[in-house]
Ligand binder design. Sequence first.
Ligand SMILES: [Zn+2]
Length: 843
Amino acid sequence: MRKIKALLSLIIVLFLFQNAAAEIQSPRDFLGFEVGADRKLADMNQIIEYFMILGEQSPCIQVQEVGKTAMGNPFIVAVVTSENNHKHLGKYRQIQQRLADPRKLGPEEAEKLISEGKAVVMVNCSIHATEIAACQMSMELAYDMATKRDEATREILDNVILILTPMHNPDGIQMVVDWYKKYLGTEYEGGRMPWLYNKYVGHDNNRDWFMFTQEETKLTIKVHNAWHPHVIVDMHQMGSTGPRLFVPPFVDPYEPNIDPILRQEVAMMGTFMATELTSEGKAGVMHSMGFDAWTPARAYHHYHGGIRILTEAASVQIATPIDIPEERLSPQVKQESVSMPLPWKGGKWTLRDIVDYDYSAVRAVLTNAARLRENWVRNYYRIFKNAVERTEPPYSYIIPEKQRDLSTALKMLDILKTGGVEIHRAEKSFTAGGFEYPEGTFIVYMAQPFGGFAKTLLEPQVYPEIREFQGGPLKTPYDVVGHTLPFLMGVEAVKADEPLEAETKIVKEITKPSPAIDLKKGALFYAWGHDSNDDIVAANRLLDKGYEIFWAAEEFSSGGTLYPEGTMLVRCSDRTGDDLKEASKNLIVRFRGMEEDPGIKVYSFRKPRIGLYKSWTASMDEGWTRFVLEQFEFQYESLFDKDIRAGNLAEDFDVIIFPDLSDRSIVQGMPEEAVPPEYAGGIGETGVKNIDAFIQNGGTLVTLNSSSEFAIKRLHVGVENRASGLKRNEFFIPGSLLAVINDCDHPITYGYERDAVVFFRRSPVFKVFDGKSVVKYAPEALLSGWVSGEEHLTGQSALVDIPFGKGRVILIGFPAQYRAQSHGSFKYFFNSLFYGASTLKDM
Ligand SMILES: [Zn+2]
């Protein structure tokens, strides 16, 4: 009888499960085609809708809209785990949070939490929208998790909490799918879209993981901080002729603040994945190639207890299959090797193939996480234990409250705080390194759970010397090398190599002090500073209100106060008091009333009419420039090839900006065979003539970084780029922070002291024959990062102002607005825009 009962209940259970599966719609039924089918793609709306359906139909899947993207679309995340685990999600999140701070845990309590905790895996699909297979795959993965009840799937559901981001860049997915469908069946099928696949930054959207500027980054960090997953899978695609799939281990170097446990875990997980894929017969899986683990811009996780598993699959043409005969494969993958024992032999390669490889890769991660659940949770705890028990210098960083640009210093602290770093503030004065610091000084202690994140962002980077082979040349870095925030942002931070004795309190929220307006009855002028980026925003707001702005071209004194060169002034009217109040909202700015006319020479200007060149080559730098201009309240118009070819630019613009683009990209643009005719060709010879005429008639051209090549080559300005023609082994700086010296009398340097820092990335180096050298490289310029061939910089110029007809060309030979990170050099750029629209006159 008992046996019959047991059999009966088994039948009921099986029936229920079958029924559960039957009630859940498959991606195929929903889409009307198989995921990954040739020339078929689900778009953003379909993916969202399908996940919403799964969320309703499956007790194992919860779908949350975390917020809105830059373009206002829903950003969704699906939490996938067993029904029982779903009932206790709050408890598991709590366990993650508590294990991340071993200072507050006894050993027994920690053991209890380790035994109860779950492995947490986050999968981010298609952050780069053209690398589209992963977001398609995500639907199938979620469906299988909702419906399959084999032992392996159950093991995953019971032991793992999967946080699945089906699209990290929903806006981009929609754009890419729309573009693909529009040109399906034409000669442009699977071709390149001539604009960025998100509102501002395109492919750079995975270089934002310490500055947190973009909405999608902020939303992911919010989810990340709630869970601190043990494993983060970041799914990409690369070129077509290499391996079919890259998985870690990475190659050297690792950024030194990443815990060794974590580095071993990356290798363990990567090789486990490679083994699983190979055992399934999936050929061409390679590890230990090309990709390193240096920059935190791609790897927030490495400082928050989680490994980053990068996957890079070989691409097709979006959803159009390709055929690669073996002879076209790159040499590194034709032979078997330690890192790829089963090479792929060439042939047809399809979107479905990538979906299959991606699927297997994620399943392998989930299997590993489920089976080694306890190891993952325990190691996570040990990583934080190492962090809080740190006993070597530096012990802390001191950030004085008295800063040249306090607002930017607070932004820097806010970045650290977003990354979970505790910031302390002195309640009383204290001494460190022989200096006395007043009450209110900020202190960041290194021995704390996320101390590694703070340390890497506060200290100078020293890139290791790695040789290509024994006795061979130095290996050049894969990505940007220097990310020291005090240098990037122009903030003073002091390293303390001795333990500090200070009475402090944890800062709950970073708040800005209120603006100050020293109203004066009968004031003729109001003056304010030029030191901070907030001072520039105040200028923009007053320009919007119709004010003429003056920059003092010499120092002066008024009412007993000495005002330096560069002081900004507006003339007083009846409504100025109210206008200043509005203009200073949320800014750290101080306006002072002056009763007398200073009687000095000034640069004066009204609101500059700015044109920003937008190339159909889809320039990320153009997007970042737009973003930075908007953040600091500049108004601009985008200028397309056709606008520049049409001419009469002086009628509408005072200043034209060329973002970081080669001369070829500007003049020739996209080749005819690559894009539909309306997007082909650049500004052309006509455009060159029109730019020339614009400047001759009084306009200003500002070139950023490599676009100086245009000015040198096409306008024949009297400057030579000493870096052009130098080979990579002679001169190479892939993204480092360098010391510069300002000519402090030039208005572009107003607000700076003599010494400053700029970010240099594959930048030109100017020798000036004709024109004013405004900023020069300091001797021994390297402050953070990596330089080879430093002698080529010595004594040369970084920024040049060249009179040209009635106008001028300003060559900013470094990315002054780099990825919205280099706050410290924004003012070179901002000042250039105002100065370009100014005239020098007596006040
Ligand atoms: Zn990618």
